[in-house]
Design a protein. Structure first.
Length: 342
């Protein structure tokens, strides 16, 4: 009988300890090692490599978004990762100096930075051009013969809006102008969708036109195709914090898609003139409407819904091409976008 009571008591203590352990949330501290990146840490512990924008933007202790250092600690718990801030130690008064032989002091080694945070991008070419950019673009007006279709290696003559700025060696993208884009908020004409058809190099500047040579053609090139400054495509984008606040709207999408999700290419009405740079992150939000069950009032102004995040791939003065990194529901034209500063 006594043995039975002891066994029951031990079993009850074991079950109580198990229940107590289950109530405590699992938590783990990981020390960053050389070669770690926020991307890799998110993939390793959360199985979600695209969690790193949240990890970076929600941790003000990472002063430089490109660098994390060996020895820093991260806390992993409940599907989240947080940087453990370093607590400065209280300085104690130094003991009275003792005469010692002079010795050359070695400067402390600087923290060894880890690799920059980058995102691989397959398509960074602009697909939207503003009306201002169209007005300042050059145009192919003729060729050296009577060809209707122009191909790689052909010589063409171009009318430039500012011929004095054209120099031999300058490279331009050749674009075909497509459908008109109206601004989703103002309903005013904003720009045109474009397709890139090739590149051209200026070889001579004449009295009224510039002479160019077609470097490559991805499709048929015709007279009236426009010339805009060439921007080399980037296969890797380095994350960069925004230099100043900016807010605008999602105005269009590649291939005229309507409901937009992860990895779609979208265009916004913010550009380099607004302080937006390649590598910036932007939040996508939408005004939250009161539900039909709201008490008494339907004109309540509720907090905006955070729908997703964009990564800036390329900019012009008034527009930017962006990649949807994450979306909790389909994004739409007219959704608000704003730079992330913290």
């Amino acid at each position: 009988m006594k043995r039975t009571i002891l066994l029951l008591l031990a079993l009850s203590l074991l079950l109580a300890g198990t229940a107590l352990a289950q109530k405590s949330p699992a938590e783990r501290i990981y020390v960053i090692k050389k070669g770690d990146t926020l991307w890799g840490i998110s993939q390793r512990f959360l199985k979600d490599p695209y969690y790193w924008p949240n990890l970076w933007s929600n941790n003000p202790f990472i002063a430089n978004p490109h660098l994390i250092y060996p020895g820093q600690k991260v806390r992993i718990y409940d599907g989240r990762i947080e940087i453990v801030p370093e607590v400065a130690k209280k300085e104690e008064p130094a003991p009275a100096p003792q005469p010692e032989p002079a010795a050359k002091e070695e400067p402390p080694p600087a923290p060894e930075p880890v690799e920059e945070i980058t995102v691989r991008a397959m398509d960074t070419a602009a697909g939207l051009i503003s009306l201002e950019a169209i007005d300042s673009a050059g145009t192919i007006v003729d060729t050296t013969d009577d060809r209707l279709m122009i191909a790689t290696g052909d010589t063409v003559f171009c009318q430039m809006k500012n011929l004095a700025e054209a120099q031999p060696g300058d490279v331009y993208s050749l674009i075909e102008v497509g459908s008109e884009v109206t601004h989703p908020v103002t309903n005013q004409p904003f720009g045109r969708m474009i397709n890139q058809v090739g590149t051209l190099e200026i070889v001579a500047v004449n009295e009224q036109v510039a002479t160019g040579r077609i470097l490559n053609a991805t499709r048929e090139i015709h007279r009236s195709h426009l010339l805009v400054p060439f921007t080399p495509p980037q296969s890797e984008i380095v994350l960069k914090k925004s230099s100043r606040p900016a807010s605008g709207y999602l105005v269009a999408a590649k291939q005229d898609k309507i409901g937009l999700g992860q990895f779609d290419i979208v265009y916004i009405d913010l550009g380099s003139d607004d302080g937006v740079e390649t590598g910036n992150l932007l939040n996508v939000t939408r005004q939250r409407q009161p539900s039909e069950f709201a008490i008494d009032r339907t004109d309540l102004k509720l907090p905006d819904m955070l729908l997703g995040q964009l990564l800036v791939l390329d900019t012009t003065p008034h527009t930017a091409t962006t990649l949807v990194l994450k979306a909790v529901e389909p994004l739409l034209r007219g959704d608000r976008v704003s730079t992330i500063e913290d």
